[in-house]
Write a protein that binds this ligand. Structure first.
Ligand code: PMP
Length: 460
């Protein structure tokens, strides 16, 4: 394995094709994965781990779900890429639209980064304005304009942004603390006429999991609309994972099975789910553009931007905003995405919610028993552990809070879990991902590993 990492480092920068895969913040060498099935990954040394990374989100059904693999295999036999329209991409676009009402039309791309990049260009094209407002600690992919104070790997590496982003590009991005309505109101008061869009993670999970305060997203909707700016809801991570209509659905859809939003510890929790914008009229809120990735591609490179039909029609060839891709809507990727969405029924979400709840609760119990001050923060079935007295007492509501936690407790916790055969995300700033394939045995293995890991965190 070491040998493989040495070979990797000789030909691949840092030995990895995406920074967080390196164990930069937890120490040690990354495991090279040879195969994965259900809730497990197996490394090149033949060691099997219960996986809580799930490819950083796509694995809602578990790794290599047989029906998804079959759909991809069948598609591969018909041809790998045509560079021409296909029936499957129409079916996938319809499936997205049917689940997520704000996505009246959908354009497919290959990565979440392309989806947010396209959404930003579309917002600028539609409004004729330049400024983009983002929140500190939110990650929207490695788009120049969106790397300022970004979460995920940028947070893990403690970077303010990235070298290579021009000053001009950075100047067109205004960064505001998350969950801070006043700061946002100030920005709109000062520069409202220049703002093309506010982009936000529907429920941030790239600085650890930091749920929006009740009504926050609805307030973003109101403020942007008041000032002629667009609201871009980034559901790359949450879309089709926290529920069939993503986080937007949890806040706005109130049919039959009312699922808990699970914003445990939320200030002012107990908000009225039938009036999610909190203004008493019982109406929900609708973003202008929504970005999807991860689950929508079922483990293949596929992402999408969707939104209001009139805005989406501004994209080429129907409109003047250019956007394109040789492999966009790739037939293998659309087959995987379509099979995944079709399999992701209510039972799947119920199972993911259940196992996520069980692991989150057990993590909190183990850490409490070991005397580690912490708070497990949840947003639907996404959660992560925040370490330290301040987090335990007041919760983590923005990037400043997230950075102030006792991050040094995570590496020994992570490695104790890994030793016990449980692969957590190799950064404290990432969410833990469960799947419908996490069966009782997998959950038991996680629960069994937690007490020793908690003691390791206590000794840090
Ligand atoms: N937006 C969010 C919220 C994400 O979590 C990510 C990836 N973690 C992206 C955008 C970028 O997606 P990709 O890595 O596919 O470019």
């Amino acid at each position: 394995m070491d040998d493989l990492f040495a070979r990797a480092r000789a030909v691949i920068p840092g030995g990895v094709n995406s920074p967080v895969r390196a164990y930069g913040s937890v120490g040690g060498d990354p495991r090279f994965i040879a195969s994965a099935a259900g809730p497990h990954v197996t490394d090149t040394a033949g060691r099997q781990y219960v996986d809580l990374v799930m490819s950083w989100g796509p694995g809602l059904l578990g790794h290599a779900h047989p029906e998804v693999v079959e759909a991809v295999t069948a598609a591969a036999r018909r041809g790998l890429s045509f560079g021409a329209p296909t029936e499957t991409e129409v079916e996938l676009a319809e499936a997205i639209r049917d689940r997520v009402r704000p996505a009246e039309k959908v354009r497919m791309v290959s990565t979440g980064t392309e989806a947010t990049m396209t959404a930003v260009r579309l917002a600028r094209g539609a409004t004729g304005r330049d400024l983009i407002v983002k929140f500190a600690g939110c990650y929207h992919g490695h788009v120049d304009a969106l790397l300022a104070e970004a979460g995920s790997g940028v947070a893990t590496l403690s970077l303010p942004g990235s070298a290579g982003v021009t000053a001009a590009s950075a100047a067109e991005t205004v960064v505001v603390p998350y969950n801070d309505v006043e700061a946002l109101e100030e920005v709109f008061a000062e520069r409202g006429e220049q703002i093309a869009a506010v982009i936000t993670e529907a429920a941030p999970a790239n600085m650890g999991v930091v749920p929006p305060e009740p009504g926050f997203n609805a307030t973003l909707r109101r403020l942007t609309a008041d000032h002629g700016a667009l609201l871009i809801l980034d559901e790359v991570l949450t879309g089709f994972r926290v529920g069939p209509a993503g986080w937007w659905g949890l806040e706005n859809e109130h049919d039959g099975d009312e699922r808990e939003r699970g914003t445990s510890g939320a200030r002012g929790a107990g908000d009225n789910k039938h009036d999610s914008d909190g203004d008493g009229d019982g109406e929900g809120w609708v973003p202008d553009l929504v970005t999807f990735g991860k689950v929508v591609g079922g483990g293949m490179p596929l992402a999408a931007v969707g939104g209001r039909a009139d805005l989406m029609d501004l994209l080429a060839p129907s409109g003047p905003v250019y956007q394109a891709g040789t492999l966009s809507g790739n037939p293998l990727a659309t087959a995987a995405g379509l099979a995944t969405l079709r399999l992701a029924d209510a039972a799947v979400y119920a199972r993911v919610d259940e196992v996520a709840g069980a692991v989150a609760d057990a993590s909190a119990e183990a850490l409490t028993a070991a005397g580690v001050p912490h708070r497990v923060q949840r947003a639907g079935n996404l959660f992560s552990v925040m370490f330290g007295e301040a987090a335990a007492k007041d919760g983590v509501w923005d990037y400043t809070d997230a950075q102030a936690q006792e991050t040094f407790r995570y590496p020994p916790f992570f490695h104790a879990m890994l030793e016990a055969g449980v692969a957590l995300p190799p950064s404290v700033f990432e969410a833990w991902f469960l799947s419908a394939a996490h069966d009782e045995a997998a959950v038991e293995a996680i629960l069994a590993a937690l007490p020793a890991a908690a003691r390791a965190a206590a000794e840090a």
